[in-house]
Design a protein around this ligand. Structure first.
Ligand SMILES: *Cc1c(COP(=O)(O)O)cnc(C)c1O
Length: 406
């Protein structure tokens, strides 16, 4: 008893901010500004500043943000949008909902994000160049490749320089899925400076789902961009295609950020840097106490990456057994994600099978996400490490015995 380690703690951070949050809610209640208004505009300004972008447009959730960003950036019906198979399905749902076609390239085995070499290979070997449009066209589908969505998974940015270079060469729109990467940074060799997640693509999508590094007390999301045309288009898309009330040049959606969530997000944003620092510190401690454990592959942070550890994901053989053992020891874990998207039945029509994206497939069988949040204590982390050690030691002695090596 007393050793219970939850996967995430959404109670403690809100308890500390309760008075502030309640008074911001009271302000919304008493002014009846529930949709739009100064609370939304203030948060948008603050989050754009945080991401070092010109614009931020608050929307209903991260999936809205992805869908609106794709449409606003000009991705058209029937075009192909390339992403990775190991992401949350929202990434590909947004592609379909924007009217585009989904395709995948494999990931890098160290960072678990898009492998730029695989993107290059796709564009060079699975496409031909349409000299009229300057775009690549799928050999089999005859569909133009319109965009690429690198996913900054687990809080670490994808290798953006080579992805952007390819996008420039092939005239592709880059939309960052930054839903797990609020505050993550990437050192751009090309620009010789650190760049924030959300500031490198044509536009980027953020989710403020409660469990994200910056989470609302409900649903929320945002699009960031430096392009005023995209920002304006997203403002229309989120609000039924209107800039002025009842004047519609396009059809849009109901995908607005509400004032109550915006007020709460402004309060929480002031703590995000410090929370990300705590996550990094916790990751360092995990790195240290798990380094000695045989059979654990630790998260890898490239020199060009400052990760914000939305998740702390290790790899082990016998993953399911380890997860079960930890559960029995009162340690909650997660799998992000157990089935790569190309093997999901919903995407059977894409025609992919086991073996098509070997790295994503291999990784999906071995990953396990350990408890990770700013409030995690050293004692809890040492307990997690101790239980992983116990489990792996017992597996090693058993399998060693079976193999006649023990
Ligand atoms: C959370 C998440 C989303 C979707 O965000 P919602 O706010 O739940 O719609 C999209 N992509 C990734 C990688 C995510 O983690």
């Amino acid at each position: 008893m007393g050793n219970n380690v939850p996967f995430i703690d959404l109670i403690t951070p809100h308890a500390a901010l309760e008075e502030e949050i309640v008074s911001s809610f009271r302000k919304a209640l008493r002014s009846a500004r529930f949709i739009g208004g100064p609370a939304v505009e203030n948060f948008e300004r603050q989050f754009a500043h945080f991401c070092s972008t010109e614009y931020c447009v608050g929307v209903g959730n991260g999936t809205d943000a992805l869908r609106f960003a794709l449409i606003a950036a000009g991705v058209k019906t029937g075009e192909i949008v390339i992403t990775v198979p190991n992401t949350f399905i929202a990434t590909t749902e947004a592609i379909s909902q924007a009217g585009a076609l989904i395709d995948f390239v494999d990931i890098d085995e160290k960072s678990y994000t898009m492998n730029p070499e695989k993107l290059r290979e796709y564009l060079e070997t699975k496409c031909t160049m349409d000299n009229r449009t300057g775009r690549a066209v799928g050999l089999k589908t005859k569909a133009p490749i319109g965009a690429v969505i690198p996913v900054h998974l687990y809080g670490q940015m994808a290798d953006m320089d080579p992805i952007i270079a390819l996008a420039e060469k092939y005239n592709l729109v880059v939309i960052e899925d930054a839903c797990q990467a609020h505050g993550a940074e990437y050192f751009s060799q090309k620009e010789q400076c650190w760049r924030k997640a959300g500031s490198m693509g044509m536009a980027a999508a953020f989710s403020f789902y409660p469990g994200k590094n910056l989470g609302a007390c409900g649903e929320a999301g945002a699009v960031t961009t430096n392009d005023d045309g995209i920002a304006r288009k997203v403002q229309m898309l989120r609000d039924h295609g209107q800039m002025r009330k009842y004047v519609h040049a396009i059809e849009g959606y109901n995908g607005r950020l509400d004032a109550i969530q915006a007020g709460i997000l402004s309060i929480k944003l002031r703590h995000l840097m410090q929370w990300n620092d705590s996550r990094r510190r916790n990751a360092q401690l995990y790195d240290k106490v798990l380094a000695e454990v045989d059979g654990v592959i630790l998260p890898h942070q490239h020199k060009w990456s400052k990760a914000v550890y939305h998740l702390y994901v290790i790899r082990v053989k016998n993953r399911d057994e380890v997860q079960q053992f930890l559960l029995q020891s009162d340690i909650a874990t997660g799998l992000h994600y157990p089935i790569p998207l190309h093997l999901q039945s919903v995407y059977a029509d894409l025609g992919y099978t086991e073996g098509n994206f070997p790295v994503a497939e291999k990784v999906s069988r071995e990953i396990i996400s350990l408890p990770m949040y700013p409030e995690l204590t050293e004692k809890q982390q040492r307990y997690v490490a101790q239980k992983i050690t116990e489990c792996l030691t017992s597996i090693a002695s058993r399998t060693g015995y079976k193999n006649g090596k023990g």
